[in-house]
Design a binder for this molecule. Structure first.
Ligand SMILES: Cc1cc2nc3c(=O)[nH]c(=O)nc-3n(C[C@H](O)[C@H](O)[C@H](O)COP(=O)(O)O)c2cc1C
Length: 367
């Protein structure tokens, strides 16, 4: 039984995971691509924003409730899709993740490269808000089957990853002899994809369709009755194209710095996307480097309707399965509530853009 008290912030879970996991698996989860510039920048950029609170506003009651695509969530933090959860938690994997998300009123996006089935995840969280993450596959019929299963299992949106025509190069993994990816053990193999006997990540990625275009997004909109959220948008132009295709939401994401290095930090890229879709009704979310309640606040002030987290959940699962993933979310939720109080905001509607400024603001005003 893990000692719960030793985890006081999200980074504690990552530090412990480094000790617990076999090195190549830790690298797979943690690393960014190439020089890992974008990976680090996701964190560094948050540190360049400063907070300007309102005070003495009776913050004895904080209400974190909000909605995404019309569905209620208990606070504006949700779970990004990440692959291979049974590599972190042998017993339950994505089932533990789904239970943890539902226990704190977060939405969970299930990766198409999951190690528990769509139906297993739905069965343990019948009332949880669940989105299904998909890619464009070759052949397209396999995608159609997956979508139909997600619709039937009560998933309420499709999160379509559009920033991964190829797989980014992660040097530490490439240096491991014989593999871009280590060999998967049986319990680590993805179970939703049509062919179940993959032995490594390369084979899975080879099914992703790098010929996909905006026409395919339009086709998807026509094919499914579920709302569409595009994941992996980082510029205003991309966002405008997405709106033209009739999408319902955009997740500003650089894939946690794992695919194309030198993409901007998402907290920097966010306002350009928000401005590009203004007036369209399209909701904008972000992920990448969110590790503290102040990060969540900064993202909301810069225009995100909700933020998503990726790696922290994997670290929670690694440290203590369901309990660990839940503890990650509990800690972050407490932090968000406290930051809201410090900032003088009783609910998310009271967060104002002017409450977060870039550090240059203070460099310029030399009194
Ligand atoms: C180990 C790992 C696996 C991931 N698998 C997927 C995936 O299957 N599909 C996807 O769209 N994004 C995937 N992502 C990207 C995440 O959804 C998300 O964009 C990113 O992790 C957010 O950054 P953060 O980890 O700093 O919170 C993965 C990320 C990690 C770390």
């Amino acid at each position: 039984m893990a000692d719960k008290n030793k985890y006081v912030c999200l980074d504690d879970f990552e530090n412990d995971s480094r000790e617990i996991l076999e090195a190549s698996r830790f690298s797979y989860f943690s690393d960014g691509c190439n020089e890992q510039f974008t990976l680090k920048e996701n964190r560094e950029a948050f540190k360049r924003y400063r907070l300007r609170p309102k005070i003495l506003r009776d913050v004895s009651n904080i209400d974190l409730n909000t909605t995404i695509l019309g569905e209620r969530i208990s606070w504006p933090v949700c779970l990004s899709p990440t692959a291979f959860h049974r590599m972190a938690d042998y017993n339950e994997g994505e089932v533990a993740t789904a239970r943890a998300a539902a226990s704190v009123g977060s939405a969970m996006a299930l990766s198409c490269v999951s190690t528990r089935t769509i139906e297993d995840v739905a069965a343990v969280t019948p009332r949880g808000v669940r989105w299904m993450q998909v890619q464009f596959y070759k052949p397209r019929a396999q995608l159609e089957v997956l979508i139909k299963r997600a619709e039937k299992a009560g998933f309420t949106a499709l999160l379509v990853t559009v920033d991964q025509p190829k797989i980014g190069d992660k040097y530490s993994i490439m240096r491991v002899k014989n593999a871009l990816q280590f060999q998967l053990q049986d319990h680590e193999k993805p179970v939703n994809l049509p062919k179940d006997n993959y032995t490594n990540g390369n084979e899975i990625i080879s099914k992703f369709d790098d010929s996909a275009t905006w026409q395919d997004v339009k086709w998807l909109k026509y094919f499914t009755k579920l709302p569409l959220v595009l994941k992996g948008i980082t510029t205003g132009d991309q966002a405008k194209n997405a709106v033209e295709c009739g999408v319902d939401g955009i997740l500003v994401s650089n894939h946690g710095g794992r695919q194309l290095d030198y993409l901007p930090a998402t907290i920097d890229a966010l306002p350009e996307v928000v401005a590009a879709v203004a007036g369209s009704g399209v909701e904008v979310y972000m992920d990448g480097g969110v590790r503290h309640g102040t990060d969540v606040f900064k993202a909301l002030a810069r225009g995100a309707r909700a933020v998503f987290i990726g790696r922290p959940i994997i670290w929670g699962l690694t440290c203590n399965g369901y309990e660990g993933a839940k503890q990650v979310l509990d800690i972050l939720k407490d932090e968000v509530e406290k930051v809201m109080a410090f900032m003088g905001c009783r609910n998310v509607n009271e967060i104002e853009p002017s409450m977060v400024v870039h550090e240059d603001y203070y460099r310029k005003c030399k009194l």
